[in-house]
Design a protein around this ligand. Structure first.
Ligand code: UN1
Length: 496
């Protein structure tokens, strides 16, 4: 693909160097070259978005939503082609690549449906002659900086609600998945979105992302990625009086398996949580906190299942686990496997880099599973790994399970495997998380729910259904129908 930026409705080549995108399953396969943009392109994108804002925000909400409807129809007609490209660029297996496209479509559908529904409240006034409303207004220019692990769904999650509410957008996809980023913008272009409403800036975080984040004319930054970057973005945004940053960041999520758990459910949920997307989800579980009574049968069944997983070409429909995204990602996971050994864990399945034949062409890893107590200061059970690396941690009491769950700096997702609703409720109340499940994996959130974590996982401004709160500000609007002024709190309106 001939990569371009998209600024003010025009596909423009970059002025400087380019970067390439590769298939992580077969690194010799180059999928395209893209502009390595810098401050000039970032400024142009924000200026175009600012210029388009008055007309876009004054368009009817229904009309704005119709562009999303057209986007949806175009994406639906090409789901298979988009999913294939997504699998080749990100290494996600086909069923997950399809689900990624479908999740983006779902968000656009959800947002489209919202257009004809209430976007404010009518509230009572102390004064009978007053009508009071809580309404919403768009914020202005939104910057969306998105990750490679959901290269279609997450950009659409962030862009679609922003557009519906009347904002305009400058979008920078991850440098690992620029092709899917460009595909999304092509679909909006084909849907006839007016020029400047959505702009695309390709490139790296430091060169292209940072000038977008720090641009004085940006009102909202929506970021999904690591805590380190998210934290820098939040600090930069806090310096500007008119800027808000909503960040979805890492996780050190867990499945808690109680002593009454159905073993089949526990194993299935744990395998999905730990190894779907090769462990590269902010909702993936890298800790399995298991009651000591069920520990032996659980370990045996979990390790045996993990040992049999089909690892290989993402385009093959039978593959369960594809490669990790890049060489640095692979080295990071291998480094954490070594760290776990050094920290004295008991290795249950000694995974590592796969070699031979097709494996040599990509970044393929097999599952690394170990058992350890939750010892203070251990890094492998506290830091985010983002790969097929998982700890089995035994517990004895429910209180201890909650303590272990909370004994990390992250708080994204939680799954509890139990038949006992009282115990599940206890853990729901005691554990710090944003997305919780019972008898399910830690992954698989749906777009019409809030989506975000606590602590280092989020900024307290969840996305998903609740992104509307981030991209709008609420205004109070009160109208007097009496001929004279009457004030709340019994305040006299007499002028003496
Ligand atoms: C992410 O990993 O950043 O709940 C998003 C899930 C998906 C979204 C994950 N629906 O796992």
């Amino acid at each position: 693909m001939d990569g371009r930026n998209y600024i003010n409705g025009e596909w423009v080549p970059g002025s400087g160097p380019t970067f390439e995108t590769h298939n992580p399953a077969s690194t010799g396969e180059v999928l395209g070259a893209f502009p390595r943009s810098g401050p000039f392109e970032a400024d142009s994108a924000v200026e175009a978005a600012r210029a388009a804002y008055p007309a876009w925000s004054h368009l009817s909400r229904i009309r704005r939503a119709e562009y999303l409807w057209d986007f949806c129809n175009l994406a639906r007609a090409q789901t298979e082609e988009l999913a294939t490209l997504l699998a080749r660029e990100s290494g996600k297996v086909m069923s997950e690549a399809r689900a990624d496209i479908v999740e983006g479509i779902h968000m656009a559908q959800f947002v489209f449906g919202r257009a004809r529904m209430s976007y404010g409240d009518v509230v009572a006034s102390e004064i009978p002659g007053k009508d009071a409303f809580a309404l919403r207004k768009p914020k202005g220019v939104v910057v969306a900086i998105t990750p490679w692990n959901f290269p279609f769904a997450i950009p659409v999650w962030l862009i679609a609600p922003s557009l519906l509410e009347g904002n305009t957008v400058a979008f920078k996809p991850a440098e690992e998945t620029p092709l899917l980023g460009q595909k999304i913008v092509e679909l909006f272009h084909q849907a006839g979105l007016p020029k400047g409403v959505l702009n695309l800036v390709q490139g790296y975080g430091e060169d292209a992302g940072w000038p977008l984040v720090t641009h004085p004319d940006v009102n909202v930054i929506l970021f999904t990625g690591s805590y380190e970057v998210g934290s820098r973005i939040r600090q930069a945004a806090a310096k500007d009086y008119n800027k808000l940053a909503a960040c979805e960041m890492g996780g050190k999520n867990a499945v808690i398996v109680l002593d009454d758990a159905d073993l089949k459910t526990a194993v299935n949920a744990s395998v999905m949580s730990a190894f779907r997307t090769t462990g590269q989800r902010c909702t993936a579980a890298s800790r399995l906190i298991v009651h000591e009574k069920i520990l032996s049968p659980f370990k045996e069944a979990f390790v045996n299942t993990a040992r049999r997983l089909t690892i290989g070409d993402p385009l093959n429909n039978n593959t369960f686990m594809g490669p990790v995204i890049s060489q640095p990602a692979m080295h990071k996971v291998l480094g954490y496997n070594d760290l776990a050994r050094k920290e004295g864990v008991t290795v249950l399945l000694d995974g590592g880099r796969l070699s031979g034949k097709d494996y040599d062409r990509g970044y393929f890893l097999s599952p690394f599973i170990y058992q350890t107590e939750n010892r203070p200061g251990m890094r492998c059970i506290r830091e985010e790994v983002f790969g097929p690396h998982v700890a089995v941690i035994p517990f004895r009491t429910l209180e201890e399970a909650a303590f272990i769950f909370n004994d990390v700096e992250y708080g994204f997702s939680l799954a509890i495997i139990t038949e006992d609703y009282r115990k599940a409720r206890f853990l729901r109340e005691e554990c710090e998380f944003g997305v919780g499940y019972v008898n399910l994996p830690t992954i698989g959130a749906e777009v019409h729910l809030p989506f975000g974590g606590l602590k280092k996982s989020g900024s307290g401004l969840p996305s998903g259904a609740t992104l509307i709160d981030v991209v709008t500000h609420r205004i109070a609007w009160t109208i007097n129908h009496d001929r004279e002024i009457k004030l709340a709190q019994g305040l006299s309106a007499e002028i003496t």
